[in-house]
Design a binder for this molecule. Structure first.
Ligand code: KG4
Ligand code: ZN
Length: 358
């Protein structure tokens, strides 16, 4: 008699683990990027296709969830086909399917999860749900083939700012988190207040290049304190107040100076706390992850601080900093080595499992 899907998925997972170079198809649709990628043995990226929705959301100054879901629905088939073609494989060559199932916009996640379930079921392949934040951390494995846990990681994305202790490929401990806005969210809000387009982080970085980071002192006592938690909403409010007060008095603000000072305050907080967390935990490696890891000022600041204390600093290649599916396939590989595949009842969840730990 023909196997049930669950039986096929379990034997597919055993086969995956026994192969010297299994192929994982990764699918990502948690926010405004539809992405697919084929990764060999968890580390070697054979293809990475991304369709970005940024130009559409830019018209509204931020991500519009309903538009995101519709765009994912329209694009996901073509993006997956493109990733398979670029890798020179067909669906039957794939050994398992990994998909972002949390955190993110629920409607957007639902598109990727439903598509991945359909593919896995139709092709009798194991399915593995991946937490997007752990995917961002795994982007470092692609850039550094020798990198292995344990290490400390500073995750700075649009929705999360966490210091995470990576005990193993699938074992994480939340050491610190933001009490309010995430770092990327603060970048986006400050950029918006300055009249810059969405997503604000890269635009603010460009503006800050010509500015003096010492022009405004925006540091807060909380971020300079002993704990590992962050707070970015006070910084954001300070910038908005400077803009507002100058506007009321009819004075000009040097926006490049303000952007550079804000960027300095955020990168200082992320750097000092995360390097201290690595040192205090006696970990010799600190990794950076999440969309804000594309920020050159942050990468350089962390490198300098790590050099000061003899800590190895790792950060993803630029193309794997923001949302992509290679990182999901990579983390999915390690999840499937460690656990049973996900059931077809896999549900998307708006929250990260790391948030539930905090
Ligand atoms: O990880 P990501 O692509 O999506 C989420 O999982 O949230 O992160 C997007 C965030 C946005 O807030 C964006 O403004 C920020 O990362 N970002 C940056 C830079 N590039 C992206 N922030 C500062 N400097 C950058 N160069
Ligand atoms: Zn992300």
């Amino acid at each position: 008699m023909k196997k049930t899907y669950r039986e096929a998925a379990l034997s597919g997972a055993a086969e995956y683990r026994s192969k010297p170079a299994p192929l994982m198809l990764g699918i990502e649709s948690s926010c405004d990027e539809t992405a697919a990628s084929v990764v060999r043995n968890g580390r070697e990226v054979l293809s990475a296709s991304v369709h970005t929705q940024i130009p559409v959301h830019r018209l509204y100054g931020g991500v519009v969830p309903e538009i995101a879901s519709r765009s994912h629905t329209e694009r996901i088939g073509a993006v997956v086909r493109d990733a398979l073609e670029k890798a020179g494989v067909t669906l039957s060559d794939i050994d398992a399917v990994a998909v972002t199932c949390r955190p993110g916009l629920i409607g957007a996640l639902l598109v990727g999860v439903s598509f991945a379930k359909g593919l896995a079921f139709a092709a009798d392949k194991p399915l593995i749900g991946v937490d997007h934040i752990t995917g961002h951390i795994a982007a470092n494995y692609i850039t550094y083939p020798d990198l292995e846990p344990p290490f400390m990681c500073i995750v700075a994305s649009g929705g999360h700012s966490h210091i995470v202790r990576v005990d193993s490929y699938t074992g994480f401990r939340l050491i610190g988190r933001t009490r309010d806005d995430a770092a990327g969210e603060a970048f986006d809000k400050v950029a918006r207040a300055m009249g810059l387009p969405y997503p604000g982080g890269p635009e603010l970085e460009k503006l800050a290049k010509g500015g003096d980071p010492n022009a405004y002192r925006l540091h807060t006592a909380f971020n300079e304190g002993e704990g590992y938690d962050f707070s970015f909403s006070g910084l954001k409010t300070a910038v908005v107040n400077i803009l507002h007060n100058a506007g009321q008095k009819g004075e000009q603000v040097n926006k490049a100076d303000l952007a550079a000072s804000f960027q300095r305050a955020v990168t200082d907080a992320l750097t000092v706390k995360s390097v201290r967390a690595a040192r205090e935990a006696n970990l010799s490696v600190l990794a950076l992850a999440g969309g804000v890891s594309a920020n050159t000022c942050l990468r350089e600041r962390l490198q300098r601080e790590c050099d000061k204390y003899g800590v190895r600093f790792c950060r993803p290649d630029m193309k794997y900093c923001t949302d992509n599916a290679a990182m999901i396939a990579c983390q999915g590989h390690y999840e499937l080595l460690a656990h049973d595949p996900s059931p077809l009842s896999l549900d998307p969840n708006a929250a990260s499992f790391l948030q539930e730990m905090g």
